[in-house]
Design a binder for this molecule. Structure first.
Ligand code: NDP
Ligand code: 8X3
Length: 259
């Protein structure tokens, strides 16, 4: 399916995967509708998407953890276009890496609100705009953390496992509409993810990627473009994408420095 002229909505497009996806769908000639909380960063993403070839790039503040914000965002979308062809639910992330015994309510709540409830809220608000039988797609960003649990990841792994359940339930609910529902589940990728997880501790964040070659936003973006551009009768249910250095969630190859 050609993406040129299609309307693509991306949540969490102020950095990382979402910003890279805006540029990649822009390069394919799409019209972009992007949201996140940091509006200054959205403006930069929109500018780079236009430079990449986007038919248009519109941005608006969005906090997926607030129903009122999601509703206001959806009203803004409707003021621009009556249809959205591709919805990318990407907003989210991890807060903390503490074991259950010492983890904080505010971190759990932030993860549930953005990764899980945010996904549900945005989908509910935008679903009426997705055309039937025209190759429309809902693409949700999961994680390998939704497949395999790790220490300190109880809540994050939990919300990403929930993303897989939401994706599966939506695919059943939308069967017969022609709307495709897929999940893209990445492994280790260098974005602002670890800076957010470790609350701005740049040294701790950098250690996550030390000696290894992680994925980058563009790897995820080009896969999203591929998923959305399959012929309308083809639904890519689930893609797991990891760095070659990451054989499994706990097995990450790190090169030792030779001075
Ligand atoms: P980044 O931190 O770079 O990007 C996260 C994006 O989500 C930002 O644009 C941020 O925008 C947005 N966001 C977070 N909370 C909210 C909110 N409440 N409302 C609106 N937007 C929000 O990290 P990534 O690009 O890596 O993360 C994107 C997705 O990919 C997340 O769902 C993450 O869990 C997932 N993921 C990441 C992996 C990785 O290793 N990097 C691997 C697997 C999955 P703002 O702060 O401006 O609101
Ligand atoms: C991000 C990947 O392994 O850090 O979802 O949880 S991981």
């Amino acid at each position: 399916m050609k993406l040129s002229g299609k309307w693509v909505l991306i949540t969490g497009a102020s950095s990382g995967f979402g910003a890279a996806a805006a540029r990649a769908f822009g390069a394919a000639g799409a019209n972009l509708l992007i949201g996140a909380r940091r509006v200054d960063r959205l403006a930069e993403t929109a500018e780079s998407a236009r430079a990449a070839g986007a038919a248009s790039a519109h941005f608006h503040a969005l906090d997926v953890s607030s129903t009122a914000s999601v509703q206001a965002f959806a009203e803004w979308v409707k003021s621009i276009t009556p249809t959205v062809d591709v919805l990318i639910n990407n907003a989210g992330g991890a807060h903390g890496l503490d074991p259950v015994s010492t983890a904080r309510d505010e971190d759990w709540e932030a993860m549930v609100q953005s990764n899980f409830l945010g996904l549900l809220r945005v989908t509910r608000a935008i679903l009426p705009l997705l055309p039937h039988h025209a190759g429309a797609s809902i693409l949700n960003i999961g994680s390998i953390a939704g497949h395999v649990a790790y220490e300190g990841g109880a809540a994050y792994c939990g919300v990403k496992a929930a993303e897989r359940s939401v994706t599966g339930a939506l695919r059943l609910e939308l069967n017969g509409t022609g709307i495709r529902v897929g999940s893209l589940d990445p492994g280790l990728a260098e974005t602002e993810f670890s800076m957010v997880r470790f609350k701005g501790d740049a040294t701790r964040a950098a250690k996550v990627y030390e000696g290894t070659e992680p994925l980058v936003g563009e790897d995820i973006a080009e896969t999203l473009v591929w998923m959305a551009s399959r012929p309308p009768h083809v639904c890519i249910d689930e893609v797991v994408i990891k760095p070659t250095d990451q054989a499994a969630i706990h097995k990450l190859y790190r090169r030792t420095k030779t001075a």
